[in-house]
Design a protein around this ligand. Structure first.
Ligand SMILES: NC(=O)c1ccc[n+]([C@@H]2O[C@H](COP(=O)([O-])OP(=O)(O)OC[C@H]3O[C@@H](n4cnc5c(N)ncnc54)[C@H](O)[C@@H]3O)[C@@H](O)[C@H]2O)c1
Ligand SMILES: [Fe+2]
Length: 374
């Protein structure tokens, strides 16, 4: 049976001042955000609410240990509503803060050993254009003790409201815009070929692919600072659409392979996904070229304005290289012995994702993708 849901109410306002005027901030709110966004957008408002700053607990992407440190302080505040403003890292942690407190550690939560009960109101406001976390029921954390990342999936993690404010993307550095939007492109492409995909999810996947490729063409034809304001709304919408699609039908091997690299060598999630994107889709195409993959090739051919006879996948690879130059995995510090251990880690820890592969990939096929990209 196919099913499809969009749980949070999605609101859209063009500017932060419009959003601030609509909100009624109270002393029972906790705003969770990185310092840079706090200084730029929130501090001038002089709000009565509690403020929790991400950098006081660590940096990079969330880990179970970092979440435990944040929970320790957050649970003393007695807040009724969590308002998170930030990238996927912030939004994913906020989903845990909105749960009913328990004695369990974050490791217990992320390894399925604790019950999840939603307790607080949750408002998620994305400031990157990649994860779509504002609409998914997923939270992802690094588990340093296992050298990989784990995704927690439960209805209790849904936000009540997702608010899209394109103006928040204006200050996004180019590299973060590129890597986070490549995460969104991966969500859109992997969800499109997921065996669970259906007409509703496909509509969101395809529109996300179109908006992203259109934005990339605009970006590459001009200077970043002069176009980011023109493409911000499309990027934010694309990331949200891709989140709706993959939140319903899943992502697969690109994400599964990206997790050990991301956790062990601290590679930002979008960049890690970008490294495996072409390798995984090439493997799929060499196994099952027709069917859904042909449909995707047609979508890319049209979105990339390919001329007759032009290979859309080659054009896509070239475009991706212009956005993010190629880099072998060894340049992130990955060793040759990691090739085997990462392949084992993917097979042992990421079955949740591997079931969404377009075509099954064996442990040795996964190892060969790592080897080729190393
Ligand atoms: N829950 C989900 O559905 C889901 C989906 C995909 C990825 N993720 C997770 O999300 C995390 C990655 O999130 P991300 O790619 O959004 O990056 P991020 O949240 O880690 O942010 C990357 C950097 O950009 C900065 N930043 C964010 N917004 C900014 C802005 N507007 N201006 C300037 N700087 C800004 C942050 O402070 C940080 O330094 C990973 O942990 C990944 O696993 C979650
Ligand atoms: Fe992702």
């Amino acid at each position: 049976m196919n099913s499809f849901q969009i749980k949070p109410v999605i609101q859209y306002v063009a500017t932060f001042s419009e959003f601030a005027a609509l909100m009624d901030f109270t002393p029972e709110d906790c705003l969770f955000t990185p310092r840079y966004l706090y200084e730029t957008w929130l501090k001038p408002l002089n709000l009565p609410s509690h403020i929790l700053l991400f950098e006081d607990y660590g940096n990079g992407e969330p880990t179970d240990e970092m979440i435990d440190r944040i929970l320790l302080d957050f649970n003393k505040l007695n807040c009724q509503r969590v308002i998170a403003i930030g990238g996927g890292s912030i939004l994913d942690i906020a989903k845990i803060l909105a749960l009913k407190p328990t004695k369990s550690t974050a490791l217990d939560l992320f390894t399925g050993k604790a019950e999840l009960i939603k307790e607080k109101q949750l408002i998620l406001i994305p400031t990157t254009c990649g994860t779509g976390s504002e609409v998914t029921r997923i939270s992802i954390a690094g588990i340093p003790s296992k050298n990989t990342k784990k995704g927690l999936v439960a209805d209790a993690l849904f936000a009540d409201t997702a608010i899209l404010i394109p103006e928040l993307l204006y200050g996004l550095p180019r590299h973060i815009m590129i890597t986070s939007s490549l995460d969104a492109l991966t969500h859109a492409m992997e969800s499109f070929v997921s065996p669970k995909a259906h007409a509703y999810s496909e509509m969101f996947s395809i529109e996300a692919i179109r908006l992203l490729l259109k934005s990339y063409k605009t970006l590459l034809a001009s200077d970043y600072d002069s176009v980011i304001q023109d493409i911000a709304a499309d990027l934010m919408r694309a990331s949200n659409y891709a989140g709706i699609a993959f939140g319903n039908v899943g992502v697969g091997a690109v994400h599964a392979l990206a997790y050990p690299l991301g956790e062990k060598y601290h590679v930002a999630h979008g960049e890690a996904c970008a490294r495996f994107f072409s390798g995984v889709f090439q493997a799929y195409r060499s196994k099952v070229a027709g069917g859904k993959m042909q449909f995707l090739t047609d979508v890319l051919t049209e979105a990339l304005d390919c001329s007759a006879g032009q290979d859309a996948w080659a054009v896509m690879d070239e475009l991706l290289k212009q956005l993010l130059p190629s880099k072998p995995l060894r340049e992130y510090g990955m060793t040759e012995t990691d090739i085997e251990s990462f392949a084992d880690s993917v097979v042992n820890e990421q079955q949740r994702l591997l079931v969404n592969n377009y075509s099954p990939l064996s442990r040795d096929e996964i190892r060969d993708i790592f080897k080729k990209l190393w």
